[in-house]
Every structure is written in structure tokens, then in C-alpha cells.
Design a protein around this ligand. Structure first.
Ligand code: ITT
Length: 182
């Protein structure tokens, strides 16, 4: 059995393999699927997975992931636009925008979409935290401004971050479902 993980990032395919050990093999495939404009990660990932499955030749199932940071006071912004906002607005300016707000709660969310010949299914993982002034040198993206239990994700070791990771939680939920099917 084999699942094709659609990503430009080899590390993500390796991480998926760790969660699916003993259930299925995972290979990385690069495919530039259409990212539809939507405020729903589920819809973006599901459409991407369906398109990838049909374009790559309908053999092994595919898995597509989409993630983002959802700030409560900003109605979920930057959400699905997180990569674009990181490149344009930047993390420091996003912090300044949120610093004026009383409610600084935010969630990181990952949605994984699975597609095969019969179905498209989505699986979610999330972690709740608080937006703070940037601290820490580790991690990537919004990690320096996302605080969980008194530490920003950029102040945590890789092991500490992985233990609470939204991506890891989505992968566990998927692995449990996929394991039950086989
Ligand atoms: P793919 O090749 O897998 O599509 P991507 O860069 O589109 O990678 P994601 O969908 O996983 O990445 O995440 C979108 C953006 O959300 C990413 O560029 C970061 O800005 C942010 N992000 C996601 N997960 C994060 C995390 O754990 N810590 C900090 N920022 C994160």
C-alpha cells in the first residue's frame, strides 16, 4: 500500500511516514494543484486532493495538506492566506495589528485531505494559543508570535513543538481512520 503526499516539502512527507508506520508507505510527489480562494482550509485541501488524484493518474491515493494561523480578533485572518501574509505583511506587523486587541487568542490549524477513486475525506488538527510580541529563534513562520503554555513555538525544542503540533494532530487523526479502513 502506498499514499502519495503532495507537497514541495520533503520533510512533511517524512513526518507523515512516521505517523503511518506499519499502516502504509508514504512517498512525496510534487504537483502544483489549484488553490481555490476560500476561507475554508477543508474546501481548499479537498479540491486540491481531488485535482491531484485525477491529474496524477488514478492509482494510489493522495494526501494534500493546508495550514494557517487563525486570529480570533481578526475574524480568522490570515487563515488560508497565511503564507502570503507572512511574505507581504510579515510576522512583526501582524503582531502589531493584534497588540491593540483585548482578545489575542489564535489557533494554528492543519487540514489534511485524502482522495482515492471513491471518496475525498478531510482531517483536522489544531492548537490554541495567544499572539505575543516575537520571541525565540527556532521554528518557522509565525512561531515567534504564537505562545502556548508560556513559551512561544520558536522558543521550544523540535520535540516540544512536535508534541503539540497541529500538523501532528491532523496526521494522528488521519492515521487512525486509515488504519481502521485496512
Ligand atoms: P506545502 O508545500 O506543503 O503546500 P506551504 O508553505 O503552503 O507548504 P502550509 O500550508 O503548511 O505550508 O502552511 C501555510 C503557512 O502557514 C506557512 O507558510 C506559514 O506561514 C504558516 N504555518 C503553518 N504551519 C505553521 C507552524 O507550525 N508554525 C508557524 N507557521 C506555520
Amino acid at each position: 500500500m502506498l499514499i502519495r503526499f503532495v507537497t514541495g516539502n520533503e520533510g512533511k512527507a517524512r513526518e507523515a511516514q512516521e505517523y503511518l508506520e506499519g499502516i502504509t508507505a508514504v512517498t512525496q510527489v510534487e504537483y502544483d494543484y489549484t488553490e481555490i480562494q476560500s476561507d475554508s482550509l477543508e474546501e481548499i485541501a479537498a479540491r486540491g486532493a481531488r485535482e491531484a488524484y485525477e491529474s496524477l493518474g488514478d492509482t494510489e491515493p493522495v494526501l494534500v495538506g493546508d495550514a494557517g494561523l487563525f486570529v480570533e480578533a481578526l475574524e480568522g485572518f490570515p487563515g488560508p492566506y497565511s503564507a502570503y501574509v507572512e511574505e507581504t505583511v510579515g510576522v512583526e506587523r501582524l503582531w502589531r495589528l493584534v497588540s491593540d486587541e483585548e482578545n489575542r487568542r489564535a489557533q494554528f490549524r492543519t487540514v489534511l485531505a485524502f482522495a482515492d477513486a471513491e471518496r475525498t475525506e478531510t482531517f483536522e488538527g489544531s492548537v490554541a494559543g495567544t499572539i505575543v510580541a516575537p520571541r525565540g529563534e527556532g521554528g518557522f513562520g509565525y512561531d515567534p508570535i504564537f505562545e502556548y503554555n508560556g513559551q512561544t513555538l520558536a522558543e521550544m525544542s523540535t520535540e516540544e513543538k512536535n508534541a503539540i503540533s497541529h500538523r501532528g494532530r491532523a496526521l494522528s487523526t488521519f492515521a487512525e481512520w486509515y488504519g481502521d479502513q485496512h
